[in-house]
Design a binder for this molecule. Sequence first.
Ligand code: SDX
Length: 393
Amino acid sequence: TTGHVALDIGFVNTASCTSAITYIDGDAGVLRYRGYPIDQLAGRASFIEVSYLLIYGELPTAAQLADFDSRIRRHTLLHEDLKQFFKGFPRDAHPMPVLSSAVSALSTFYQDSLDPFDPEQVEISTLRLLAKLPTIAAYAYKKSVGQPFLYPDNSLGLVENFLRMTFGFPAEPYEVDPELAAALDMLLVLHADHEQNCSTSTVRLVGSSHANLFASVSAGINALFGPLHGGANQSVLEMLESIQREGGDIDRFVERVKKKEPGVKLMGFGHRVYKNYDPRAAIVKQTADRVLDKLGGNNELLDLARQLEEVALSDDYFVERKLYPNVDFYTGLIYRAMGFPTRMFTVLFALGRLPGWIAQWREMIADPATKIGRPRQVYTGKTERPYIDIADR
Ligand code: SDX
């Protein structure tokens, strides 16, 4: 029942916890949520359904799903005072720090439901967070483009409501494109959980001090912002656009990567666990064509991405290092086609990962064996030495 410890090339590679939520086999490229393979869930189970599965452990019946959905819809509004927050941020603020600030602020508005050990308070916090993060994300976008905020419309589902609040205007009706909603819903499913990745481990570590759900998830959002983690989907688009700007010479770019030029990585490639093709990337790649054709996306960049993948997967440098496309390699192209600016890509990752963070936080809090996270270290500093007065230095 305890995590295994394995010494590997001088690094301690430990299992940080036990968990029954998500299973990954990095060598085989397998990903399962509560035992269900990701390729059986993507495109068949909705994001709300997968959120239920991750959090409660079983696929919901139709009645359970309808009840869960309606309980979430009742909490989509933000407190009017919380909306003032957005006025204080600079217009060119990146939406990710706006997101983490607003989520952290939720714990100031709901002080009566922060106790991690009161099941009712955990439940209402879960519903509030699932319902309000899309509203916060839409408002972060509206703030960045100087447009008015739209109140949520609870006759719509979570994804449709988010799209309407993001792309709708008060001055005219906005019809959500069902193709667009279905594509985004599936992408959120693909991001919903991923075992003990950097941001999820952050949520668990912060929560292990008995910090409330909002505070723990706010920390996870900050971890996801990093370009090596959730920020990679933004970096992939920036990488493809710079290759295109410089004439589309893929071989030259690959050579720069192999020479390890500072700051030059093949973004969207490689993974701490997958040493095979990320199953999520395969699903995104399969749908990219269809979605881009439907939404009128930049197929030129998609072709460039495909060529880049082809060159990399036939180059020993990448093959020997087991570097394959990860979930971030193709998603940005679809998000761009949906009309999202590059800086919103990681926000979309956070929207998708939220049910996983919540499920993992609840699992950790419910585990009596959980102690406060307190990693140790391998000390590599000076051995003991006497103090020297400044006059003698
Ligand atoms: C996510 O953990 C999760 O589950 C994360 C995630 C999730 O759902 O939560 O899957 C989401 O974060 C996906 C990863 C997104 N990040 C990127 O795409 C950024 C680019 N990728 C990397 O920076 C890198 O691959 C990491 C950070 C993802 C993994 O880094 P590692 O574990 O250090 O890679 P490694 O040790 O296996 O690398 C082995 C070799 C090294 O070269 P050598 O020292 O052996 O010569 O491969 C090289 C690395 O320098 N390498 C790369 C590379 N990734 C690794 N070289 C060029 N381009 C890359 N992208």
